[in-house]
Design a protein around this ligand. Structure first.
Ligand SMILES: [Zn+2]
Ligand SMILES: [Zn+2]
Length: 133
């Protein structure tokens, strides 16, 4: 799966900015902040172009937002394995890396009667495998 395939699958026009953002996120093995993505982008795009491309990818659920706290918001690309499947996010307290992690089954949470969940966001904080070494 490359950037072109992803854009084609979503019937989105190929633009170098969209392709660039997707490539960066595919190659990063962790979630990135908007600034990190912007800085890694090689083409010279103005703020509006970048922002619009970014929003389009988010609206099409090609990328998703991970809110760690008030100050840290990261984005990750949806891996094919994550499509339409709940997955959890892991934030390392040591290196501050945020990753999407696959779990066998997401916690089975029982809500009181009358409550319907539409989205489940689970953020686990701890020590990642690299920092544990
Ligand atoms: Zn770590
Ligand atoms: Zn994720």
């Amino acid at each position: 799966m490359n950037a072109i395939d992803i854009l084609n699958n979503h019937y989105l026009k190929r633009t170098s900015c969209r392709e660039g953002i997707i490539e960066i996120m595919l190659n990063a093995n962790k979630a990135l902040s908007e600034t990190e993505i912007r800085d890694a982008l090689t083409g010279n795009y103005d703020r509006t172009t970048f922002y619009r491309s970014f929003k389009t990818l988010e609206e099409h659920k090609i990328i998703h937002k991970i809110v760690v706290d008030n100050l840290v918001v990261k984005y990750a690309i949806d891996k094919p394995a994550h499509q339409n499947k709940e997955h959890v996010h892991f934030c390392c307290n040591v290196c501050h890396t945020v990753q999407c992690v696959d779990t066998v089954n997401v916690l089975d949470i029982k809500l009181p009667d009358g409550y319907t969940p539409t989205e489940i966001e689970i953020l686990i904080k701890g020590t990642c495998a690299d920092c544990k070494k």
